[in-house]
Design a protein around this ligand. Structure first.
Ligand SMILES: Cc1cc2nc3c(=O)[nH]c(=O)nc-3n(C[C@H](O)[C@H](O)[C@H](O)COP(=O)(O)OP(=O)(O)OC[C@H]3O[C@@H](n4cnc5c(N)ncnc54)[C@H](O)[C@@H]3O)c2cc1C
Ligand code: SF4
Length: 330
């Protein structure tokens, strides 16, 4: 595997970056830490001739309780004690990404837009060529769900579910100016599965913003993977909650990644629990319903039936932990 030559551009401001992306479109990608993009380029997956390095764009840096810049390295985020005290679930998820070495280069913005995973896609060129490629790169059919319209590659970023449950928003800059959208709406649940997010061509993630009312929520992130040392999630469960002095839930959110094509929230299940005092039975009912709804397909290493079952187990354990109720027996 080798990296084909590309032209590297090094802008220093957000305006210059977005302008460059517009002029070089569509043969261009943004380059943050490169820990996902460059290995994919080595496998000849959707390679572009131009890369815009974000390293020198100072506005993309900085960590505060209100805002984390897109170019903040995951290692710096997990080392920030004040941020960890306010957003423990986000830091727990960041700590679960890859290895310390990868987190020293990998960034928050890159993690939000990490490429989706499928064992028919994350393969070398000769491997993919031997199968006639697939819809997501160079081919016209899906090997997982045989048809020619939709890709079912799995959303495998660890941090997006943890950001979604604290109602974080992404700030993006593009040819038509700046806008913000909730992390939970950054991804497209109904599209072709190939374009994994709802950003327009050339839009740049500038930062993630955190609402003050989300500070100090009790939160956790639980991850299922084969090798705990560095594998991508086969399932990731993020939960955040607040309870009053009597134990009544005033806020509860749940998001699952690593299972379907986008990180999915279950507001219609968690919102009816607001105002109630949780019990092992209500937590179990929530977990059972989530398990019933999720639809993993066979494109990662663990069998979809197992991942579906584990979705129920992980949701039950994570929610019981955050709400401080004993776990019901399996
Ligand atoms: C061995 C290994 C194990 C890994 N394990 C995990 C894991 O367990 N969990 C996990 O979540 N990830 C994992 N990763 C993937 C990756 O390392 C992380 O997701 C990392 O956070 C990606 O950040 P990056 O800065 O390196 O992104 P890059 O590789 O630079 O970029 C990723 C994508 O995001 C786009 N992009 C980057 N920044 C921006 C921006 N500001 N605006 C718009 N587009 C942008 C790029 O164009 C590219 O398409 C692993 C990678 C490796 C090599
Ligand atoms: S789900 Fe299908 S189209 Fe998508 S990467 Fe896998 S084989 Fe390709």
């Amino acid at each position: 595997m080798h990296l084909d030559p590309f032209e590297l551009h090094r802008p220093t401001t957000v305006d210059e970056t977005v302008d460059l992306a517009g002029r070089l479109a569509p043969d261009v990608d943004y380059l943050a830490g490169g820990t996902d993009l460059l290995p994919n380029y080595k496998m000849h997956l959707n390679v572009r001739a131009n890369l815009i390095a974000l390293e020198d764009v100072s506005e993309l840096r900085g960590i505060s309780l209100d805002r984390v810049g897109a170019m903040v390295r995951l290692a710096d985020l997990e080392a920030d004690a004040a941020f960890a005290a306010s957003f423990p679930g986000v830091v727990a998820a960041a700590r679960e990404v890859a290895t310390p070495l990868v987190r020293a280069s990998g960034t928050l913005g890159g993690n939000l837009l990490v490429e989706t995973r499928c064992f028919f896609f994350n393969q070398s060129l000769p491997w993919r060529e031997s199968l006639g490629y697939c819809l997501k790169a160079d081919g016209d059919r899906c090997h997982v769900v045989p048809q020619k319209v939709k890709c079912y590659a799995t959303f495998s970023g660890d941090i997006a579910p943890a950001l979604a449950v604290v109602d974080a928003e992404v700030e993006v800059a593009g040819p038509s100016g700046r806008r913000r959208l909730p992390v939970s709406r950054l991804y497209d649940p109904v599209g072709d599965g190939i374009h994994r997010h709802k950003l327009a061509a050339g839009e740049l993630i500038v930062a993630v913003h955190f609402p003050p009312e989300s500070r100090g929520l009790k939160a956790t992130y639980r991850k299922l993977r084969i090798r705990p040392s560095f594998d991508f999630p086969e399932l990731g469960v993020a939960v955040a909650a607040r309870q009053d002095a009597g134990g009544r839930i005033s806020r509860l959110a749940l998001s699952l990644g690593g299972l379907e094509t986008y990180p999915r929230r279950f507001d219609d299940l968690t919102e009816p629990m607001v105002g109630t005092v949780p019990t092992p039975a209500t937590v179990r009912a929530l977990a059972d319903e989530v398990q019933k709804r999720v639809r993993p397909v066979h494109n990662t290493f663990l069998a979809p039936e197992y991942r579906k079952k584990m979705a129920g187990v992980f949701v039950r354990r994570a929610t019981a932990e955050v709400l401080g109720v004993p776990e019901s027996s399996p």
